[in-house]
Design a protein around this ligand. Structure first.
Ligand SMILES: Cc1cc2nc3c(=O)[nH]c(=O)nc-3n(C[C@H](O)[C@H](O)[C@H](O)COP(=O)(O)OP(=O)(O)OC[C@H]3O[C@@H](n4cnc5c(N)ncnc54)[C@H](O)[C@@H]3O)c2cc1C
Length: 345
């Protein structure tokens, strides 16, 4: 909690791992926590997992967090935590909360973070602000901090702050806040094992069926090359895949392309798909329906390629190319390959 004599804040970050590695949003959450507590405050982190191969991965993740400003990284390693079970993970975070007594708890706004944050907020009788895209501490941290979050699928923003007195739980949207920078050598934090008591589970993960193996996670991708009904077929995605490989990006899609069977629904971006905020979004053969814009209009730079100059996507694009995507995309790929020194080939 905040020390009532000194006003110093303590934050706890739930640092999510995926496939044995820290997700980048965990480092963004750590950056937000450091900003919120300020120079005099302290930041702890908790990593959670289990199973045969987890121990080494959790230790690697913990070392990275400790090197980037987490004073103590609590490692909850238990076979029962091998698969994601919200009740169990919330209990593991709860053990860290009990140990740290934080006034601020930060999670990534991921599928897991969205499940966990309300449970954590309820457990600490705290407030919850979800899907934060900016943190303003100009007037101070704690209850003075102002959090920006999008509303109505990105058509408006609201600014919220907490009322004093209760723990604050926030989730931060991936790709919006800077990652925590490494601390000076010698000032790294420590890593400590933390026990938790496993709660009764109401559901368990029986199996995970991976649909987009080998692809970069859309939610965390810096660059997304997205295809719409204009790609005309599953094979029509090949040039987009190639461009994405060259620029180190992920491939996404409109619902039009998914409905037409050109690609899997796991790629769908929009109101009923994923929300993404990459640095660069290249929309190929996508008209720009409002439901698609809902998932990508907050991208930093939007490039639209469409043969219809009246396509609504040009209304949100920073750069528009009127042309046939099957001519434009290979040209872009060639140019990027030359610029970036022949990667992806
Ligand atoms: C409740 C609801 C939820 C929805 N949720 C989503 C969602 O989450 N995500 C989503 O994307 N949609 C969603 N939709 C669907 C949305 O309304 C649109 O139907 C859909 O986005 C259209 O996909 P599209 O742009 O690929 O296809 P189209 O609208 O058919 O556009 C295809 C575009 O490709 C261009 N084109 C064709 N050939 C070429 C070429 N060779 N080169 C360049 N350009 C070319 C055309 O000019 C056209 O602009 C939702 C709809 C509803 C009602």
């Amino acid at each position: 909690m905040s020390d009532t004599n000194t006003g110093k804040q303590t934050a706890l970050v739930y640092a999510e791992c995926a496939e044995g590695s820290l997700r980048r949003v965990a480092l963004e959450a750590l950056g937000a926590a450091r900003l919120l507590v300020g120079d005099g405050g302290s930041v702890h982190a908790v990593v959670v997992g289990g199973g045969a191969s987890a121990a080494a991965a959790l230790q690697t993740a913990a070392a990275e967090l400790a090197a980037r400003g987490a004073e103590v990284v609590h490692v909850v390693d238990d076979p029962a935590l091998a698969g994601f079970a919200p009740e169990a993970y919330a209990a593991a975070i709860g053990a860290a909360v009990a140990a740290v007594q934080p006034s601020i708890i930060v999670l990534g706004h991921t599928a897991a973070g969205r499940e966990l944050a309300p449970r954590v907020a309820a457990a600490v009788s705290g407030g919850h602000i979800a899907d934060v895209t900016a943190v303003d501490v100009a007037a101070g941290g704690g209850a003075a901090a102002i959090f920006t979050r999008p509303l109505y699928a990105g058509k408006a923003f609201e600014q919220r702050r907490f009322l004093p007195g209760a723990p604050q739980v926030i989730t931060v949207r991936p790709n919006n806040l800077p990652v925590a920078e490494p601390v000076a050598p010698g000032s790294e934090g420590t890593v400590a094992a933390l026990a938790y008591s496993a709660p009764p589970l109401w559901t368990i993960v029986r199996d995970v069926v991976r649909k987009a193996s080998g692809r970069i996670d859309l939610a965390e991708a810096d660059i997304i090359v997205s295809g719409g009904r204009g790609v005309r077929s599953a094979d029509g995605f090949a040039p987009l895949e190639e461009l994405a490989a060259v620029v180190g990006g992920a491939v996404g899609a409109s619902r039009g392309a998914c409905d037409a069977g050109y690609c899997d629904y796991s790629l769908q971006i929009g109101q009923t798909g994923k929300t993404v905020t990459p640095k660069l979004y290249i929309a190929c053969g996508i008209s720009g329906a409002i439901q698609h814009l809902a998932g990508m209009s907050q991208s930093r730079v939007i490039v639209a390629i469409n043969k219809d100059p009246e396509a609504p996507i040009f209304g949100v694009a920073d750069y528009g190319i009127v042309g046939d995507l099957f001519e434009v995309v290979p040209l872009l790929t060639e140019q990027f390959r030359a610029l970036l020194g022949n990667p992806g080939s």
